[in-house]
Design a protein around this ligand. Structure first.
Ligand SMILES: [Mg+2]
Length: 379
């Protein structure tokens, strides 16, 4: 049993090397809340709560305020039971709640995995047999709204060894962008499209033929979540391209509704937008339903990125390419040790040599990028 001796948190803001673009907005920095938990017998776990305001809503300030409210209660229970039932969070924006839940669950899971001397993915999904390294294919993200720039991003991605590209859609020049990307990528690279809910049914039906002509193999979230599973099911019935839900599938109950309506072929799972344990439950339900699940960051800082890598490593093979090659967008980070993407792949340790998340807090970098002081509760 590992009671917590200390919970501490500090907000940070990191510059991006290149802006991120999606139908819902553009970002040039990434903000988050670092969470550190320490056990009474020593040991430390790291977590990150990074709501993405343009995407999930919520804010770092609200995450910090919510955490201040529940932190004293976190010192009462052993970490093992915290992992099973963190104190219920309530009263905040869903985006803040999901990110804070994710951050706390990650910190506790990191502490427990380090204590057991296992990589986090083996704590998240214990499996018997030989603990070999796990190789996870990553997709590149092509998100520049300009066709020429999208072609340059594609060239860089192909040269770096990526064979699956996720191309953001819902921009004015999509027709030219997808044509340019396919021309540079050649015929054998897998293209996915992600509209981030930018279209209505009519616009989706209009886009489908040209996406199919560009050889798109998966269309993510063409409609916003609001019209519900029946609208997405109509699109799927008319679509030559398999359909995935992302924004519309944050919980197991949303997944159940989508499956009941025959609305999807695949689901995109983002721990920062669902929470870590809810993400594990969604992945289990997707396995049960035999649909593809793709684990993806929300352009998180290093702790959130490492978490997404470990979560992707829990997927059964053959694993789809996952959205875990986003760390290169950051121009700085508050941790070291985030695994590199090499040849379009991430290799996670199978056994003890890098326990937990495998990342280490960089105190000097945190000092440089913090946007407020440490706050903490101690036993
Ligand atoms: Mg998406």
């Amino acid at each position: 049993m590992t009671p917590l001796a200390r919970v501490a948190w500090r907000p940070f803001r990191l510059p991006l090397r290149a802006e991120t673009h999606a139908a819902h907005g553009t970002a040039s920095t990434r903000e988050g809340l670092l969470i550190v938990v320490e056990g009474v017998e020593g040991g430390r776990g790291l977590g990150e709560a990074s709501p993405l305001p343009s995407y999930t809503g919520g804010s770092v300030e609200e995450c910090a305020a919510l955490l201040a409210g529940i932190a004293p209660a976190l010192l009462v229970s052993p970490a093992e039971s915290l992992w099973r039932s963190l104190p219920a969070l309530a009263g905040g924006h869903p985006g803040s709640l999901a990110a804070l839940t994710c951050g706390l669950e990650t910190a506790v899971a990191d502490l427990l995995a380090r204590g057991e001397g296992v990589p986090l993915h083996r704590l998240l999904r214990p499996r018997t047999g030989i603990a070999a390294d796990v190789v996870v294919e990553a997709n590149a993200v092509i998100d520049n709204p300009d066709p020429m720039r999208a072609a340059e991003e594609t060239r860089d991605a192909i040269q770096s060894g990526f064979t699956t590209l996720k191309v953001k859609a819902g921009f004015d020049l999509d027709r030219q962008r997808f044509a340019a990307v396919r021309a540079v990528a050649g015929p054998f690279v897998r293209l996915r499209a992600d509209a981030n809910g930018a279209w209505d049914e009519a616009a989706t039906l209009e886009a489908l033929p040209r996406l199919a002509a560009a050889g798109v193999v998966l269309l993510e979230q063409p409609l916003p979540p609001a019209p519900g599973p029946a609208a997405l099911a109509r699109v799927r019935a008319a679509s030559p391209i398999p359909i995935a839900a992302d924004e519309g599938c944050r919980t197991t109950s949303e997944l159940a509704s989508l499956l009941a309506a025959n609305a999807i072929d695949a689901v995109v799972v983002k721990p920062m937008a669902s929470g870590l344990r809810e993400s594990l439950a969604i992945l289990a339900a997707a396995r049960e339903a035999a649909i593809e699940a793709i684990v993806t960051t929300t352009f998180d800082a290093g702790i959130g990125t490492a978490l997404a890598m470990h979560l992707a490593a829990t997927l059964d093979e053959p694993r789809p390419a996952c959205g875990i090659a986003t760390h290169g967008r950051l121009a700085a980070d508050i941790v070291t040790g985030v695994l590199p993407v090499e040849g379009g792949r991430v290799t996670l340790p199978g056994i003890a040599h890098i326990p937990g998340l495998g990342v280490t807090l960089d105190e000097a970098a945190l000092e440089a990028h913090a946007t407020g002081p440490w706050q903490e509760v101690r036993r």
